[in-house]
Design a protein around this ligand. Structure first.
Ligand code: GRF
Length: 203
């Protein structure tokens, strides 16, 4: 079973989709703690309302943050980290301690439309101005750089002729809410193998 820490910075709809999948027995996991860099993240309120421990390190001095994260994760017994709209790089020490046990969801088809500055509406604006006919969502492993770890799962949506940033974002978000819990379940079943730059899904 995955004992998850979900890292969030804002709205938290992906966090809620993960929690829903757990409640509906589609994902063999437990969210032990929700962690945010922001005290005012809506996701923290949603977590607290569900009785899930919700913690922010906004008041923790920069130099103490790695130790705070290590302790918080250890105390909660976390064995897997899911980033869900978390807007910061994870410290290298945490990435190393949970190597191949940290995922992120990105609202486009990586390796295109990712990296520094590619978040929120910027991603969908870039997709629309590229003229691409498809976009989608990517779940990938997290390493020391933004959006660069091995891809685990992707799903496409069409880019329609009259799409706005909002309409495309909504279409992508809908599949994010499917693909993230499904992909985490693959980890729960121990079916994701990392081979170099690729992942293999074991049947
Ligand atoms: C999602 O689009 C996700 O792909 C990206 O940040 C957004 C977070 O949305 N990394 P939410 O906070 O889960 O609603």
């Amino acid at each position: 079973m995955l004992v998850l820490a979900v890292f969030v910075s804002g709205r938290g709809s992906n966090f809620l989709s993960i929690q829903r999948a757990i409640a509906e027995h589609r994902l063999d996991a437990r969210i032990a703690v929700v962690i945010s860099n922001r005290r005012d993240a809506t996701a923290l309120e949603s977590a607290a309302a569900l009785g899930i421990p919700a913690r922010s390190f906004a008041g923790v001095a920069e130099a103490q943050q790695v130790a705070w994260m290590r302790d918080t994760l250890a105390e909660a017994g976390v064995n897997f980290i899911a980033l869900a709209g978390y807007m910061k790089l994870l410290p290298g020490e945490i990435v190393a301690a949970y190597r191949h046990r940290i995922t992120n969801i990105h609202p486009a088809l990586l390796p295109s439309f990712g990296g520094t500055g590619m978040y929120g509406h910027h991603v969908h604006e870039a997709v629309l101005s590229s003229g691409a006919k498809v976009s989608g969502a990517t779940v990938h492993l997290v390493d020391e750089e933004y959006d660069r770890g091995q891809i685990v799962a992707q799903r496409c949506v069409p880019v329609l002729p009259h799409d706005s940033v909002e309409s495309l974002a909504a279409r992508v978000l809908e599949i994010e809410h499917q693909i993230y819990p499904e992909t985490l379940h693959l980890f729960a079943e121990d079916r994701v193998e990392v081979r170099g730059n690729r992942t293999i899904i074991l049947s």
